[in-house]
Design a protein around this ligand. Structure first.
Ligand SMILES: [Zn+2]
Length: 402
């Protein structure tokens, strides 16, 4: 069998696997009304392409063409365009923009369309969803969405009037009787996590890499106490408070058997590489760490953590969408240093067009990685197919109990 025939067979096989999507940011039904091409471009990752000043008004053909010309090499654009082809039968070119706009508007006239893309075209059976501004919500579709409870708001809990980045105030979770000491706060936080588990949450999520370094090693209660109830706390004191919060979140995650999803790599970029978590992982051997994005671009850190700790899983979400080329290398090495049971995949998107694009990117990448291993003599076709099922479906079901 030639290597391209191996890849083709694997891709065909992968394209019929039903999927446990282990990381997603899908929104409430009401936010998918009156959607057109401009909304899709502004709210998908394509808007994050480097050096793109603004999404053009596509009635201005020259501006639209300039945008496409600049963005075409970017992976976000590549797979969004493939997704447009898949969903609306046209690739994303300047010429096609008016027709795409009309087709998208028509599709969204059906209120169930955004869900149909996920369960139909994308084959998602279950979705571990992180709804930032309403942490723990299953979006009114509990059969499809199993919530991951976003814990970022606890890091700003030192000040009861300080919401998190997405506008959520953790003190609204505590009912009457606001905690008056950091110790009471941590107890209230544990109680809130317990309640979220009872309400159906299957994981915890921390995305503080967008806000601060992800090293939580310096646990100094005295300093943390200085931040508590103090709207003028220093950065150092706030960091100390965050450190005791993160360590307590790990304890609660172990206590309630909730895997802890942590954003690593791309974000604020100041000490957000996965090896910053080494101390935290060592201190919490009972916690299941589900590390997101392979720490892109610092993959070697994740290889070391996967190889050294059985309580570390790697979610490949976003990696094929950031760089399909690097993602294929990542999957090969991550498999080589861990086992069949430690990789998962999620779409990490909020627009259905990106969910579909991310899936196309993963199908492309996973078939490339597994074909490379088969052709290298690592294992045969049957085992490659087994790995594909593990990564896209079984590992997520097992880890999150869904
Ligand atoms: Zn995410």
């Amino acid at each position: 069998m030639t290597s391209s025939a191996v890849r083709r067979e694997l891709l065909e096989y992968i394209k019929q696997i039903k999927i446990t999507n282990t990381h997603c940011h899908h929104l409430d039904d009401g936010l998918y009304e009156n959607i057109g091409l401009f909304d899709v471009l502004r709210h998908t990752y394509v808007a994050w392409c480097a050096n793109i000043p603004d999404i053009p008004d596509f009635s201005d053909f020259a501006a639209a063409e300039g945008f496409v010309q600049n963005a075409r090499c970017n992976t976000f654009f590549r797979w969004l365009s493939a997704s447009m082809q898949e969903l609306y039968s046209l690739p994303l070119t300047a010429d096609n923009m008016p027709a795409l706009d009309a087709r998208i508007k028509e599709a969204y006239r059906d209120k169930g369309y955004h869900i149909d893309v996920l369960t139909g075209r994308c084959r998602f059976e279950k979705i571990i969803n992180d709804r930032q501004s309403d942490p723990g919500s299953s979006l009114g579709h509990p059969a499809l969405f199993a919530p991951s409870f976003r814990c970022d708001s606890f890091f700003s809990g030192y000040d009861s009037n300080q919401p998190d980045n997405d506008g959520f105030l953790c003190h609204t979770l505590f009912g009457d009787g606001s905690p008056e000491t950091p110790g009471e706060f941590l107890k209230a936080m544990d109680g809130a996590i317990k309640k979220k588990k009872a309400a159906g949450c299957v994981a915890l999520k921390v995305a503080m890499a967008y806000i601060r370094p992800i090293n939580f090693d310096s646990v100094d209660y005295k300093k943390a106490e200085k931040a508590f109830g103090n709207p003028n706390a220093s950065v150092d004191e706030i960091t100390a408070f965050g450190n005791i919060v993160m360590n307590a979140i790990c304890d609660s995650a172990a206590k309630y058997s909730l895997p802890l999803q942590i954003h690593t790599g791309m974000a604020a970029l100041d000490r957000t590489r996965p090896s910053e978590l080494l101390g935290l992982i060592k201190r919490h051997p009972e916690t299941k760490f589900h590390l997101l994005h392979g720490g892109f671009p610092w993959f070697s850190d994740t290889y070391a953590l996967l190889a050294s700790f059985n309580n570390v899983w790697s979610d490949t979400c976003w990696i094929p969408y950031l760089s399909s080329t690097r993602a294929a290398d990542y999957i090969v090495t991550a498999l080589e240093v861990s086992g069949a049971d430690r990789l998962t995949w999620g779409c990490d998107a909020w627009m259905p067009e990106d969910s579909c694009g991310a899936l196309l990117a993963m199908e492309h990448t996973l078939s490339k990685a597994l074909a490379e291993m088969v052709c290298d003599g690592a294992f045969g076709m049957d085992y490659a197919k087994y790995l594909a099922r593990c990564i896209l479906r079984e590992n997520g079901k097992e880890l999150f109990g869904v």
